[in-house]
Design a protein around this ligand. Sequence first.
Ligand code: ZN
Ligand code: ZN
Length: 242
Amino acid sequence: MPLLAKINPLPALSSLFYPAACAVCSGNVEPSDYLCESCRGRAPRIASPFCAKCSEPFFGAITQTFSCANCEHRILHFDSAVAAYRSRGPVRKLVHAFKYGRQRHLRHPLAEWLGETLRDPRLRHRRFDLIVPVPLHPARERERGFNQATLLAELLARQVALPLRPVLERIRYTRTQTAYDRAERMENLRDAFRLRKNMNVRQLHVLLIDDVLTTGSTLSECARVLKEAGAISVYAATAARA
Ligand SMILES: [Zn+2]
Ligand SMILES: [Zn+2]
């Protein structure tokens, strides 16, 4: 009997597409699920009150629209950045496994969370012309094997039937942002992005996508480039925020 005839590739393939263990706690899940009920329940959903500009949540009973102290003293070029969850606990673990563990299939639960941002009043009734993922530097993308923002943006674009256009490119390889304070991050990002050749965003309403908002500097810098290129509005959506 030829060797190949002994191997049934189906079980291996199906376990690849349908992980039967929770991506966060390794507990049992339904074949079509990525997270168990308990981990899903512990994902910290951002609920009002939060900053209208950057979605930073606040405790207490604030009813009117407001901006947080972090946003008041800086220029952020996006109109609003909407995030569905805080990057804590199971959310943080899931993002980490997706991005650094190269578990591409985890784009599905993250895109679901990203999709929840579209129910936010800041985005709900808005018309967008195109979805734009935050680009990675080509060297970083090669190293990781994918651009996490693109994978999420693709699923979202399909869900809402909007065109996905990678109109931006990252032209500077910046060191990881986490070691910097806010001013240093802005400096580190200066001239990091530009509009790709032959791309046009003039008079368009853009929905900018990333996996996680940390300080907002990356999204702001991308929004600045898009607006300088003539975009009328740039709203940002992420699955989670720090
Ligand atoms: Zn779990
Ligand atoms: Zn804010």
